[in-house]
Every structure is written in structure tokens, then in C-alpha cells.
Design a protein around this ligand. Structure first.
Ligand SMILES: Cc1cc2nc3c(=O)[nH]c(=O)nc-3n(C[C@H](O)[C@H](O)[C@H](O)COP(=O)(O)OP(=O)(O)OC[C@H]3O[C@@H](n4cnc5c(N)ncnc54)[C@H](O)[C@@H]3O)c2cc1C
Ligand code: SF4
Length: 348
């Protein structure tokens, strides 16, 4: 039997890679620093996922159960890799829980870190309790509590969702687009309108990137069916008049200042590089790309390669990514890692 393949990170990409390998009889050792598997959708309590509309706890929970029930997958939660030595086909990993793992190859599926809105203080997070993040609203919905103002538990009558918080923002060193937050926000706006039909929901945007097929299902539907209002604006600040939150900015279509009161302001936070990336890069001897995500070694020949032979990468570890693409990349990395440890057969 082949040596196990080490998979670091048990979010959607790592779960997909683990399952793909175990299905074809390849043993896997799956290590996650969190005390449970599932990655961001489970650890951050996401509600209904786009584009499937399935609850995260069911969709990603199902992926966790599939891996947990597989005898070929040995799981270490609450653990990380502290040393990683050797070469392709013959690596040794030391885990923080004292275990040693002999592995033929490794796949890094260590994902991302949510942007911390405290790094955008002029937009009110951390100063006003009713300025929250998309993950907090996801948790309000997934817990069944419903969307409420944290200050006093009242149902909001007016909600503003601010896009690109911690993305596409050169002032704070985050130039990337986080890919999914326009779609997640349009979906969230519809969920709020469904739960609170009298509530007015505004989305403040620079550009709308509900890419591919999401344009019809989220961008147009949110406006035409759910009457969500979109304002193209540069936001200056979020303040309070002691009663309501005040969003001030410039409407960039009509080039006029715009000041609107709200009960609840939601930051659509982006996907930062994992805060562990420097130490992951050092431990595994792999290069980072310029923004701080894990670097890919090859753009076309094998997208799962890192700069180190025998070490592969998948999902949001290498940049903002959707769940479906993270799963596809997990499968692709599984194939690449397996191919790196089985003897090559002559092709026709
Ligand atoms: C607010 C918000 C809502 C979103 N909603 C959707 C949606 O509806 N649909 C969609 O397609 N996408 C959505 N996304 C994107 C989605 O979160 C990612 O696509 C997905 O989580 C990426 O999966 P992953 O497995 O690559 O990484 P992650 O989910 O980040 O999982 C990484 C795993 O690695 C572990 N890990 C990290 N560092 C280490 C380490 N050093 N050692 C060991 N383990 C480690 C973590 O504990 C975690 O379990 C959303 C993103 C945000 C910010
Ligand atoms: S997906 Fe939309 S909200 Fe997210 S960073 Fe890109 S443009 Fe901004």
C-alpha cells in the first residue's frame, strides 16, 4: 500500500481531496488546527450557500461526515504541522500533538482568514454595535434568531450592505477582489427582505461582480423581485446621530454627496491570506505569491503544484475562491499528489 498523503486543512478543499483519495484506496492523514472539520463555512456558521441555496451545515457537514466515516482517513484536529522534511515519495511530518507522519506527498488546503473590519475604522465597525459583518449576519440567520440590531434586538427598518470591505482597497494594501462577496451580499439582501418585508435594503457598490450565471439569479432578481436598491458610491464614513447610523459618501453616478440613515450597516468582508501563511511557507518550504497567499508553481501544466516538488495546494489558500472551485481544486490536487507517488507508466 502507498504511504499516506498528508492533507493540511479540513475545509471544503481539504475534505474534497481527502474523499477523492480515500475513494480510490489511497490512505490520507488529515490535519486541521481547529477542533472540528468543515473550514470557514462551518467554523464561521454560514447560512444558506450560494449558488446551491443549501444550508452550510448540511452541505459541508455532509462532506465532513463522509470523511469522518472513512477508515482510510486518519484525522487529527486541534493540530498543526511543526516540521516537514524529506522529498517526494518520502516525507516526514511532525505534528504539534507529538505524532509523526510518514507521507508520500502533501496537499496544503489551509484556506483564508476573514478580513478584520477593525482595519477600516472610518466605516464604524468596533465603534457602533449595529455595524456588523456578513459573517455576523450569516450567524444570525443560521442560528434561527433572524436579522436583528445587536444594540437592542430590534428588527431593522433600513439596512445598508457595504461591498468591498477589505478588498479592492489600495489604501490598506488589499488590492484583490474577493470574488464571492457581491453574490453573497445580493443573496443576503434577498434573505433579509424575505424575513422582514417592510425593511429597506441598500447595497453600496463600486462595481458589481456577480460573475457568470450569478447575474440573473442574484443581481437582477434582487432588484426586480426583492426591490433591493443599489447605490454606486464611494463611502466616506459611517457615523451616528445618536439614534440612527449615518452612511456618508458620494453617489458616483450623479456625482453628488449622499447621506442616508440606517438601523443596521453590514460590512461585506473579504478574504485575506491566511494569517499562518508565513509559517506554513517556512515549515513546508514553499513560496508565497506577492499578496501573501500560497504560490502556485505552474499556471497550466499542473495548477496544483507549489514551488516544492511533492507539495501541492488547493482552494482559498492560493487566493480568494468559491466553495465549488475550492472543491474542484481539491480534487485536482488529489490527482496530482497521487500521480506523484505512483510509478509512471509509459504513455502510448
Ligand atoms: C462571508 C463569506 C461568505 C461566503 N459564502 C460563500 C458561499 O455562499 N458560497 C461559496 O461558494 N463561497 C462562499 N464563501 C467562500 C468560502 O468561504 C471559501 O470558498 C471556502 O471556505 C474555501 O475553502 P477552503 O477549504 O479552501 O478553505 P477554508 O474554508 O478557509 O478552510 C481551511 C481550513 O484549514 C485549517 N487551517 C488553516 N490554517 C491551518 C494550519 N496552519 N494548520 C492546520 N490547519 C489549518 C482551518 O482551520 C480550516 O478548517 C464565503 C466567504 C465569505 C468571506
Ligand atoms: S466580489 Fe464584489 S464585493 Fe467582493 S471584492 Fe469583488 S467587487 Fe468587491
Amino acid at each position: 500500500m502507498n504511504k499516506p498523503i498528508l492533507i493540511v486543512g479540513g475545509g471544503p478543499s481539504g475534505l474534497a481531496a481527502s474523499h477523492a483519495l480515500a475513494r480510490i484506496g489511497q490512505p490520507v492523514v488529515l490535519v486541521d488546527k481547529a477542533d472540528r472539520l468543515g473550514g470557514a463555512p462551518i467554523l464561521s456558521g454560514y447560512a444558506k450557500l450560494v449558488p446551491s441555496g443549501e444550508w452550510a451545515k448540511d452541505a459541508i457537514g455532509g462532506m465532513v461526515d463522509r470523511v469522518r466515516g472513512d477508515r482510510l482517513v486518519q484525522v487529527h484536529t486541534g493540530a498543526s504541522v511543526t516540521r516537514f522534511e524529506g522529498g517526494p515519495g518520502n516525507f516526514t511530518a511532525t505534528l504539534s500533538n507529538g505524532s509523526n507522519v510518514a507521507a508520500g506527498a502533501a496537499i496544503l488546503c489551509t484556506g483564508f482568514t476573514h478580513f478584520d473590519s477593525l482595519n477600516k475604522p472610518e466605516w464604524g465597525f468596533g465603534t457602533f454595535p449595529d455595524v456588523v459583518t456578513t459573517t455576523q449576519v450569516e450567524q444570525m440567520i443560521s442560528s434561527g434568531r433572524g436579522v436583528r440590531c445587536p444594540s437592542d434586538g430590534r428588527k431593522p427598518q433600513r439596512v445598508a450592505i457595504l461591498l468591498c470591505v477589505g478588498s479592492r482597497d489600495r489604501q490598506i494594501g488589499r488590492e484583490w477582489c474577493s470574488k464571492i462577496c457581491c453574490t453573497v451580499s445580493a443573496n443576503m439582501a434577498m434573505e433579509i427582505r424575505e424575513e422582514l418585508p417592510d425593511c429597506h435594503v441598500y447595497i453600496y457598490y463600486m462595481d458589481i461582480r456577480t460573475f457568470g450565471l450569478y447575474e440573473t439569479k442574484y443581481y437582477w432578481r434582487s432588484q426586480e423581485e426583492f426591490k433591493v436598491k443599489y447605490i454606486k458610491a464611494r463611502i466616506a464614513e459611517v457615523t451616528s446621530d445618536g439614534h440612527k447610523l449615518i452612511v456618508k459618501g458620494e453617489d458616483t453616478l450623479v456625482k453628488r454627496p449622499v447621506t442616508i440613515p440606517f438601523d443596521l450597516v453590514v460590512h461585506a468582508i473579504g478574504m485575506d491570506p491566511n494569517v499562518d501563511n508565513k509559517s506554513i511557507a517556512e515549515t513546508f518550504g514553499v513560496a508565497l505569491e506577492p499578496h501573501g497567499y500560497l504560490g502556485r508553481g505552474n499556471a497550466y501544466g499542473n495548477t496544483a503544484e507549489t514551488s516544492r516538488p511533492g507539495v501541492f495546494v488547493a482552494g482559498a489558500a492560493c487566493g480568494p475562491e468559491t466553495i465549488d472551485d475550492s472543491i474542484s481544486q481539491g480534487n485536482a490536487a488529489a490527482m496530482s499528489a497521487l500521480a506523484s507517488i505512483v510509478p509512471a507508466k509509459a504513455s502510448a
